[in-house]
Each structure stands twice: as C-alpha cells, then as structure tokens.
Design a protein around this ligand. Structure first.
Ligand code: NDP
Length: 444
C-alpha cells in the first residue's frame, strides 16, 4: 500500500468518530502525493504520521453560572498541533457543534495555512461547545473568564497565541484577555484580535474578509479579469462575510446574498452593508430583519437555497461543508467561474471535485482565508516591538501577503505537475516549509 493511503487508513482507525478530521486529512494528504513521491526520506522518518498527530491535546471542563443562578458545564479544547515553524497559533471557536473532530480538522488546516503566510507561526486551534447566542453580556463574560482560568496555564506569547473564530469576536477576546492579565499579571500579546486600546492591530477585524477578496482579485488579474461588474454570493453574515462583502463592493462587484444559520437574504440591487452591520454588529440580530428594512429584498428560510442564486463568484464564509456536491453542481450550471473559500473547509470533497472537473477556479481555505492569521501575526510583531502601524500599513502588508500566497501556490502546482489545481498547490507550498523544519528537528 502506498504511504499516503496507509497513513490515512491508520489515521481513521486510530481516530474513529472524527469525520471532519478524516475529511481534512484526506484532502491534505492526497494533495501532497507528488511531494511524497519526490521525498522517500519522509516515510522513513514517519513524517506524515507525526504531522497528523497533534503534539498536545488539552481537554478541560468550563463551569459557569448563568444570570438565573443555574450552573452549566461546557467542554473546553485546545489542540496544539504543530510548533515546527513557530508558536502555536489559531482561533478559538464557541459553537454548540464544537467537538474534538472539528477542532482537529481546523488545527491540521491551520498548520499549512500559517506556513503559507510566510510568517513564523505554528498551528493550533481550540474552543468550546458553548453557544453564545441569546446569552447576556454578563453570561458571556462569566463563561470567558472560566474558560481562561484553565487555558491560561497552557498558552503564552512565545508558546501559543489564540485568536477569534466563529462565536469569538472582539468582546470575547476582551474578556479572555482581561482574565489572563489578572491571573498572570502580564500585559503581553497572548491573544490576537485585541481591541485597539489594549494592543490590538488596526485592520485585524477586516483582515480575513479583505484578504479573501485580495487573493481572489489577484486570481482574476492573472486571467485579465476583475471584480468590476461581477455578481457575487457570500454566505454567512459574520466577521468574514461582512468584510469580504465590503471589499468586493469597493472593487466594483455586486454582492446579492448573505445568510445566517436560519436563512438567506437576496437583494438583487446589491446588499446594503450599512444595514447588515447595524443588524449583525450593533444589534446582534438575525439576518431576516434585513428584508423588513430594505425594500425589494427577499428573505428565505434555510441556508442551502443561497447556492441556487446565479453568480460569477461564490465566497462561502460561514462554516464547514456548506457546499455539497448538489450545490456545487447547481453553481456550475448557473455559470460560477470562481469559488474562494472564506470559511474553513466549506466545500465537501465531492463539491471540490465538481468544481475542478468543470474548470471553475477554486481557491481553498488554507490559502484564501489566511489573511486573518497573517494579520494576527502582524499584531504579534507590533506587540513584541511595542509598535503601532497605521491601517494603511497593515492593509498593504496584508495585500502583499495574499498576492504572495497566490503565486506560491500557483508556482507549487506548476512545479509538481498539477497546474491550476490550487488544492494541491496550497497543500504543497504550505507543507514543504513545515516538513523541512520537522526533518531538521529530528524525531520529536
Ligand atoms: P462569525 O461567528 O463572525 O460568523 C459566522 C457566520 O456563519 C454567522 O453568520 C453564522 O450564523 C454562520 N454560521 C455558523 N455556523 C453555521 C451553520 N452551521 N450553518 C449556517 N450558518 C452558520 O464567524 P467568522 O466570520 O469569524 O468565521 C466564519 C468562518 O471563517 C469559519 O469557518 C471560520 O473558521 C473562518 N475563519 C475565520 C477567521 C477570522 O478571522 N474570523 C479566519 C479564518 C477563517 P449564526 O449567527 O446564525 O450562527
């Protein structure tokens, strides 16, 4: 049996009931086959076995008391996956669906994504099955403080630097940072995505969404094309979706749809982002409200229907496995030309195959949404150097990083005989640096 097949088989046997982790590992390891063929020494060093086994998995309980005095207990996770090229770095997700499989798939992806940024950051991920929806500010604070009361002993500015993800934005980072500082008595860059008044970076809020559009823009540019006049469908209506919409609109595209986990809005005149920001960022409300406020806009219950809207560019920015084979086929039939993944693993393996077969240019998450973590690394640099860069400075660095990621993955795909296959290109470009460092460190 070939090395990749054997490692995948063993990984599934050793980690049963982790379907998302299996899915991510399958996509990554299959994409790495041309590299493995060129480097027989990797098998001898059990490199793939070590690469797919986290260095450390931390599981803990998170007890907290709600406003009515009831005690709740959630699960807390931090997977410190790989520190070969730098301290662990990756977000915290608070969502009821969170389990070890999801955190491990995100952590594995994060290793290669962080490597692709060209910055010295390893891969990690964490979170909790806590559901922030419907909780008061006080309950969110209590939960975040309890979560950090355990997590603090495992992280540090040179060890592991978490950030936000689904359900963890500026408010949650603030509460967690406050608790870390209180326990450790250290004002250091141990979390990124911090507020501007206590060490955060300008443009971090916008970074993932803007970065997604910058890499898509470069992809278009290399095909003598642009966002101007394009119809775009964006899924989600959280941090990534909002700022992807903002930048796409600034570049002349018309974004016609967004969703949250209840349903989607369609506005043929182009989404009014001021209304979305008011509903989502200020009121923390539901996207349904948009149709009550904007004339001519429609609201439809359920999410899947969003992919039946004809578009030139699809930017899935909500969660894993949003686009399955059926939705991919509908998108192709309706003429989609480019798909850029803002969320992590939003397309199933079958969905990716549909896009690739149809010649749709497909930008995988680990490249396309790397702008968030790249800017987090810029926040780390500013913290260490006690610096504060302007919005324009950070934005320019972000754009430069995204353009470089595009060309690195494009070149890797060409060099390894799979031109235009950016799934393979991103995996290869990200992996080579990590593999090189792991080989240099010996069997650890
Ligand atoms: P947010 O919590 O800000 O927004 C998430 C959005 O996705 C919300 O609109 C949410 O709707 C929707 N959503 C979540 N789960 C589901 C679901 N199961 N079905 C339908 N809709 C869902 O998160 P982010 O914008 O930060 O993250 C979005 C994606 O981008 C994630 O995959 C994340 O891992 C990825 N990402 C984020 C980065 C960042 O910097 N924030 C960096 C790189 C990747 P609702 O409010 O109804 O739950």
């Amino acid at each position: 049996m070939q090395y990749v097949e054997r490692v995948l088989k063993e990984l599934k046997e050793k980690n049963p009931n982790e379907p998302e982790f299996h899915q991510a590992a399958t996509e990554i390891l299959n994409g790495l086959k041309p590299v493995i063929e060129k480097h027989p020494e990797y098998e001898k060093a059990a490199l793939l076995e070590r690469f797919t086994e986290p260095e450390r998995v931390i599981l803990f309980r998170v007890p907290w008391v709600d406003d009515a005095g009831k005690v709740h207990v959630n699960k807390g996770y931090r997977v410190q996956f790989n520190s070969a090229i730098g301290p662990y770095k990756g977000g915290l997700r608070f969502h009821p669906s969170v389990n070890l499989s999801i955190i491990k798939f995100l952590g594995l992806e994060q290793i290669l994504k962080n490597s692709l940024t060209g910055l010295p950051i390893g891969g990690g991920k964490g979170g909790s099955n806590f559901d922030p929806k419907g909780k008061s500010d006080n309950e969110i604070m209590k939960f975040c403080q309890s979560f950090m009361t355990e997590l603090y002993r495992h992280i540090g500015q040179d060890t592991d630097v978490p950030a936000g993800d689904i359900g963890v934005g500026g408010r949650e980072i603030g509460y967690m940072f406050g608790q870390y500082k209180r326990i450790r008595d250290e004002h250091v860059g141990v979390l990124t995505g911090r507020g501007l008044s206590y060490g955060g970076s300008l443009a971090r809020t916008e970074a993932t969404g803007y970065g997604l559009v910058y890499i898509t823009e470069e992809t278009l540019k290399c095909r003598n094309d642009s966002f101007k006049g394009k119809t775009v469908v964006v899924s989600g209506s959280g941090n990534v979706a909002i700022y992807a919409t903002e930048k796409a609109q600034q570049l002349g595209a018309k974004v016609v749809a967004l969703y949250d986990s209840n349903g989607y809005i369609y506005d043929k005149n182009g989404i009014r982002l001021d209304v979305v920001k008011q509903i989502k960022e200020v009121e923390r409300g539901r996207i349904k409200e948009y149709a009550n406020r904007v004339k001519g806009a429609e609201y439809h219950e359920g999410c899947k229907g969003i992919w039946t809207i004809p578009c030139d560019i699809a930017l899935p920015c909500a969660t894993q496995n949003e686009i399955d084979e059926e939705s991919a086929k509908i998108l192709v039939k309706n003429g989609v030309k480019y798909v850029g993944e803002g969320a992590n693993m939003p397309t199933t393996l079958e969905g990716i195959a549909v896009f690739q077969k149809a010649g749709v240019v497909f930008l995988p998450a680990k490249a396309a949404n790397a702008g968030g973590v790249a800017t987090s690394a810029l926040e780390m640099s500013q913290s260490s150097g006690r610096l504060f860069w302007t919005f324009e400075e950070v934005d320019a660095k972000l754009k430069n990083i995204m353009v470089n990621i595009y060309h690195n993955m494009d070149n890797a795909a060409k060099e390894y005989g799979c031109e235009g296959d950016y799934v393979a290109g991103a995996n290869i470009a990200g992996f080579l640096k990590v593999a090189n460092a792991m080989m240099a460190h010996g069997i650890v």
